[in-house]
Structure formats: C-alpha cells, structure tokens
Design a protein around this ligand. Structure first.
Ligand SMILES: CC(C)(COP(=O)(O)OP(=O)(O)OC[C@H]1O[C@@H](n2cnc3c(N)ncnc32)[C@H](O)[C@@H]1OP(=O)(O)O)[C@@H](O)C(=O)NCCC(=O)NCCS
Length: 362
C-alpha cells in the first residue's frame, strides 16, 4: 500500500482571556447581534503570552495524543502570519522550547491558508521519505495587529494555536490529495505590513502597520476559492462530495463557511464550525477545529475528511485525508498557559493607544 502521512495526534491552545461581543460594545460602536448575524462570532481569545508559548501547549498535547516524545519528531513546521520575529523562526524557537533535538525546523507563511499549505508540506515530505514524523503547528497572535477602534476588522480575529503529528502509514489512511493556489494580483485586498509580534506595539507607524482589509471582496474570493479548491482536491483523490464525512474549513466567518458549503451542496451537519468561541485564528483555526471535532466524536476510523482554507496573499488550499484508527489520545498532557490577572481591556490597551492617532486625524 502507498506510503502516506496520517494524523496520529492533535492538540490546541485557547488563551484564557476572552474578548466577548459585550466587551467590544464597550470599545466600538457595534452590537452583539450585528456581529453574530454577520460573522457567527461570540468571543475570541486574546493572548497574554507569545506565539511560541501557545505553540508549545498545542504541540505538547498533540505529542501526548500520538504517544511520542519531542525527540521522536524529525520535522517541525510552524505556520503563522504573526511570527515573533523574522529570524530565528518560530519553528526553531519551538524546537528549542520542547527539546525536539532531532527535528529540522522551518516557518511557513500562507496567512489563513497556512495550515493547508503545512499539511501539503508535511504529507509530501513523508511520502517522499524525507521525514517520518512531522509536527505541524499553526499559531497566531493576531490581536497584536488589530486596530480596536476599527469595527470592520477587529471583531473578526482571535489568538490561539493548534497542532497535529503526522506519521508515515501504509494502511490506506492518511492524506490522499492536496490542492494549493495563490493569486498575488488579488493580494491587495488583505494587507498586513507588520513583521514580528513579540512584545508590545512600539516604534512603528500606526497609519502603515495596520491591517488593510476589503471585507466584501475577501468574502467573495474566499467562498469561490474554497469551493474550487475542494473540488480539485477531491478529484485528485478520486473521490466525490458524497464520499466526504466531515469538512473542516478555515473559520473565517460563519457566512463564508455556509456559502461555500451551499455551493458545494454539503449539508452543514457535515461541516465543523467552532468560530463562535474563537473567531478567525488564521493558521491556527483548522487544527483547533479538528481538535474539537475529535473531542466531539465527529471523526471515526476511515472517515473522509476535507480541510479547506483561504487567506491573505491571496492564497487557498485543501487537503483530503482518510482518518486513521486513532480517535482517542494515547496519553494526555497537562501543558497549559501560565495564569494571568490581566483583563481583556488591560491586554488591548497598548493597541488602543497605538492606533488612536489614526482615528484622531481622520
Ligand atoms: C467584515 C464583514 C463581516 C462585514 O460584513 P458585511 O456584511 O460585508 O458588512 P459591510 O462591510 O457591507 O457593512 C455594512 C454596514 O455595517 C457597518 N458595520 C461594519 N462593521 C460593523 C460592526 N462591527 N458593527 C456594526 N456595524 C458595522 C458598516 O459600517 C456598514 O454601514 P453603512 O451601510 O452605514 O456603511 C464581512 O465582509 C466579512 O466577513 N468579510 C470577510 C472577512 C474574513 O473573514 N476575511 C478573512 C478571510 S481569511
């Protein structure tokens, strides 16, 4: 049987401090009802620690679920659009932190499509024999770049991390196909100039270093992008939409997910959605949703699972996989973030102060 990459462990890290719609009502002119109706989001995690801290917690849960030690990993990929700094990579920080001494390590940036680009990288490295056991992590500190005076963008995004261990399998399970794409011409619809999210915002220009985002244009591109990508990935796997047991889409917006599902004619009971609690966590959203899907018993041995995403660049991608036998973690980890006494308003205060000049002058 062909050598494929199958997921044997999964985990997530959701920051303990939440930004609810009621909190947002205190910061900007908006309402809980408007946000839920337009996006499906009720709360988002706001991290009090750095990207590597969240990545570590998700990674330790995924390794425990797979019954592996960090030293068993031979490739570590961190997908992130919010790395702490440019060099060393987040993947090297994580390698040091967890002691994955035998792993090659690199970062990957495909914005919200980072997880599916990472899945394609992990699976092809395993299929080709370059790697045996890959730890893929999506980790984001998106609140860092959010302008919490701008109601058109700050309602959407949250922080978090998700991880999976991919191992070689010749039992027929694993990643069956990948589809990846990009369109640099449309890239201007979502621009995110800031580099490096470690610490607090400083020594930057709040007029430049802020998310530029054409919401409606992105909405349409995302729906079409994910639909086309899912169809191509399924065709490549020799499967049809009727064969699919669960779609795990990037959690950008409930309406985007529903529109894509409608176009694919996939009923919503076959679509994993957890956006209400986390918002859009970019590269972390699919592994966080996958971890919840396993915990909810929505994945079973042999299930055909489609992951699909769309993001800045613009980029898109999908992977089709047959889930393996593991639906219960082999072990659990007690890894968690350190506690904090800070409130969500404490955590957002630097952003409010940093971006205030943009709104004073407009
Ligand atoms: C951002 C988004 C939620 C806006 O929803 P929309 O239905 O397109 O809303 P519009 O931008 O047309 O705005 C409609 C009105 O609501 C207002 N509005 C915008 N944000 C608001 C908020 N948070 N609260 C209340 N009103 C708001 C607008 O100012 C506008 O008012 P106007 O008609 O008086 O000008 C939606 O476009 C979207 O989700 N886009 C894609 C986002 C995404 O996830 N991208 C990432 C993909 S990886």
């Amino acid at each position: 049987m062909q050598r494929r990459a199958t997921i044997t462990g999964w985990g997530k890290c959701a920051p303990p401090v939440k930004l609810t719609n009621a909190d947002l009502e205190q910061l900007i002119e908006t309402s809980h009802d408007w946000i839920v109706e337009r996006t499906g989001i009720e709360a988002r995690g706001i991290t009090h620690v750095e990207v590597t801290d969240m990545a570590e917690v998700a990674a330790m849960h995924a390794l425990a679920a797979a019954g592996l030690e960090p030293a068993d990993i031979d490739l570590l990929i961190v997908a992130s659009v919010t790395p702490e700094i440019t060099c060393p990579s987040n993947a090297c920080f994580l390698q040091e932190r967890i002691g994955a001494v035998n792993a090659a390590a690199f970062d990957l940036n495909a914005a919200c499509s980072g997880w599916v680009y990472g899945t394609a990288s992990a699976s092809s490295m395993i299929e080709s024999g370059i790697a045996e056991r890959v730890l893929l992590v999506g980790a984001e500190k998106l609140h860092y770049v959010m302008d919490y005076w701008d109601r058109s963008t700050c309602i959407l995004f949250g922080d978090g991390a998700g991880a999976a261990v991919f191992e070689a399998s010749t039992s027929g399970d694993g990643v069956l196909s990948n589809d990846l794409g990009a369109d640099g011409v449309a890239g201007k619809t979502m621009v995110f100039p800031t580099l490096g999210t470690r610490g607090e915002l400083q020594q930057r220009d709040p007029h430049i270093d802020r998310l530029h985002f054409e919401g409606q244009a992105v909405f349409k591109l995302a729906v079409k992008g994910m639909e086309g990508s899912v169809r191509r990935a399924l065709e490549r796997a020799g499967l049809s939409l009727d064969d699919v047991d669960l779609v795990i889409p990037h959690q950008a917006n409930q309406r985007i997910i529903e529109a894509a599902a409608r176009r694919l004619e996939v009923p919503m009971d076959k679509v994993m959605v957890n956006i209400a609690e986390h918002g859009n966590t970019a590269a972390a959203s699919i592994p966080m949703a996958m971890t919840d899907a396993v915990a909810q018993g929505r994945l079973f041995p042999g299930a055909v699972v489609v992951q699909t995403a769309f993001g800045g660049g613009v980029t898109w991608g999908s992977s089709v996989m047959r889930w393996g036998d593991r639906v219960t973690p082999l072990a659990t980890s007690d890894a968690e973030l350190p506690p904090t006494d800070l409130t969500v308003f404490d955590l957002l205060a630097p952003n409010r102060a940093f971006f205030a000049p943009v709104h004073e002058s407009s």
